[in-house]
Design a protein around this ligand. Structure first.
Ligand code: ADP
Length: 236
């Protein structure tokens, strides 16, 4: 089957930055897959995500990607002056929906993320986890075929992180969407993803298929042994 996303020998050098951010990086992601990119800070994870999103262009190499891709950033990246409902419906109106249709549709996604009681609140009135949920609702509302998550839980406490892990897995199971997520936590990657892609210094070091049935338990023996296996290569 043709992959939904493929990067072939992608190299990326940023202007005004001498080091190569990505070097001959290749990866193929199948439709419906949940892939997690991990690796030390600065190894090029976000660059891969931005290239997939179309926010950066490769300096060399080729990329295949669908058009309808949504990205969720670390802090939700909400418009502070808009209510929860307007944060979500704005992107739908930008796609041509009327205000009324957009409000109705955004309500469905706000409910899906458990934020029904917060529709008219503003971002400053929400917790970090709730803000992140709005970011996810907004990303999903445009019905993307790929959801990109850039360390979406890094600013949250462990309880909120756990709840959002469950939400993301539920959404993934229900919508069959393709998910590519960046994380700096091996435990998180192994708990969520089917494939964990380890990067170092702009290159792909190893892909670890995680053959553990869902639901996975972060402290379960099979998860811990997989984490240990990856940790050995991560710190080698
Ligand atoms: P990671 O997400 O793994 O922390 P990044 O993809 O953000 O890594 O960065 C990879 C390398 O590219 C780093 O050395 C970083 O400093 C550099 N870099 C990232 N974005 C830019 C940019 N917009 N301009 C210049 N250099 C950048």
């Amino acid at each position: 089957m043709e992959p939904i996303i493929s990067l072939h020998n992608v190299t990326k050098t940023y202007l005004a930055h001498e080091e190569i951010a990505l070097h001959d990086f290749s990866v193929a992601i199948q439709k419906g897959q949940f892939v997690c990119l991990i690796g030390p800070s600065g190894c090029g994870k976000s660059t891969v995500l931005k290239i997939i999103a179309g926010l950066e262009t490769p300096s060399a190499g080729t990329i295949t990607r669908p058009e309808n891709i949504s990205m969720v950033f670390q802090n939700g990246a909400l418009f502070p002056w808009l209510s929860v409902s307007d944060n979500v419906s704005t992107v739908l109106q930008a796609q041509g929906m009327t205000k009324k249709e957009a409000r109705k549709k955004s309500g469905e996604y706000i409910d899906m993320l458990g934020l029904g009681a917060y529709t008219d609140k503003f971002p400053r009135e929400l917790s970090g986890g709730q803000r992140q949920r709005v970011g996810i609702a907004r990303a999903l509302a445009v019905k993307p075929s790929v959801l990109l998550l850039d360390e979406p839980f890094s600013a949250l406490d462990p309880k909120m992180t756990h709840e959002l892990h469950l939400d993301i897995l539920k959404i993934w199971h229900e919508t069959k969407i393709t998910i590519v997520m960046v994380s700096h936590l091996i435990e998180e990657a192994v708990t969520l993803a089917q494939d964990v892609v380890l990067m170092k210094k702009g290159s792909l070091t190893e892909t670890f298929p995680i053959d553990i049935p869902y639901p996975r338990h972060e402290r379960g023996a099979s998860v811990l042994s997989e984490v240990e296996k990856i940790r050995r290569v991560f710190f080698a």
